[in-house]
Structure formats: C-alpha cells, structure tokens
Ligand binder design. Structure first.
Ligand code: HEC
Length: 128
C-alpha cells in the first residue's frame, strides 16, 4: 500500500516538474530579453515595453510606451504562434520595428520562453 502511494506521488510530482521546467528554462532564456524588457510584479517599460499579460494582448498597447508606427499598425494579438514567429525574426514579422533583437530560431528555447512569458497576468502575477 505504501509503495502505491509513493508511486502515485512520484507521478504527480514528475508531471508537475515537466511543466515548471519549461517555464524555468524560459526564465533563463529571458535573460536575452532583460536588457530591454521587464516582466513580473512591478515591471516597468525600459528600452522595450513591459511584457506582462502578453497572452491575448494587442501589439502596441502598453500605456506610456513610445512604440514604432510599425508595431502599432501591425494589428497583432499576441499568442503562442505569433510570439514564436516574431521571436524567430522580429524585423521579418514587423518590418520597421524598433526592436533590434536579431531573433532566436531555436524552437525549444522559444517554446520555453513562451511558457515563461505567458504565465504572467496583466498585473505581473503568475496565473493560477
Ligand atoms: C535590444 C533591445 C531588445 C531586446 C534584446 C528584446 N526586445 Fe522586444 N522590444 C524591444 C523594443 C524597442 C520593442 C518595441 C518595438 C516597436 O515599437 O517597434 C519591443 C517589442 C517587443 C514585443 C511587442 C510588445 C507589444 O506590446 O507589442 C514583444 C512581444 C517583445 N518585444 C518580446 C521580446 C522578447 C521575448 C525578447 C527576448 C527574446 C525581446 N523582446 C528582446 C526591444 C528589445
């Protein structure tokens, strides 16, 4: 009986870890973004806009941030698919953007990055 309970606990723990790990890896990939972007509680605009609540957010919509016309007119609503395309090649997806990040073409890194970024709600708290 005790073995069964332990086994059940292990399964629960390992699936939890798999999810957490993607976001944790993404947190490390986010270091590439940190010179220009803040995310999480109290995040403010830097060289780029803060990235809280990005899932479902419209491009160019953070108050007080001076976006390029290109970004504002892109009509993007951020979701996993758009985010991945954009991070692969920012200037290809939004020609004329002032985000000078060259792009990250590593599929796993970008997926982990989305797992990390998309977990924050608009107030910068991790979604339940
Ligand atoms: C060298 C600075 C710089 C780096 C590094 C950078 N960004 Fe940006 N980012 C910007 C700027 C500037 C903008 C505003 C673009 C515009 O207005 O054209 C922007 C815009 C964005 C937007 C659009 C936000 C919106 O509200 O429309 C997203 C999403 C984004 N960046 C994600 C990232 C991620 C994720 C990384 C790391 C992989 C990253 N950026 C790295 C400067 C940077």
């Amino acid at each position: 009986m005790r073995t069964l309970i332990v086994a059940a606990m292990l399964i629960g723990v390992s699936s939890g870890v798999a999810l957490a790990q993607d976001a944790a890896k993404g947190a490390s990939v986010f270091k590439k973004c940190m010179p220009c972007h803040n995310i999480g509680p109290g995040a403010t605009n830097k060289i780029g806009p803060e990235l809280n609540g990005l899932d479902g957010r419209h491009s160019g919509s953070v108050p007080g941030y001076a976006y390029s016309e290109a970004n504002k007119k892109s009509g993007i609503v951020w979701n996993k698919e758009m985010f991945e395309k954009y991070i692969n090649d920012p200037r290809g997806v939004v020609p004329g953007t002032k985000m000078t990040f060259a792009g990250d073409q590593n599929k796993h890194e970008v997926e982990d990055l989305w797992a990390y970024v998309s977990q924050f709600d608009a107030s910068g708290n991790v979604k339940k």
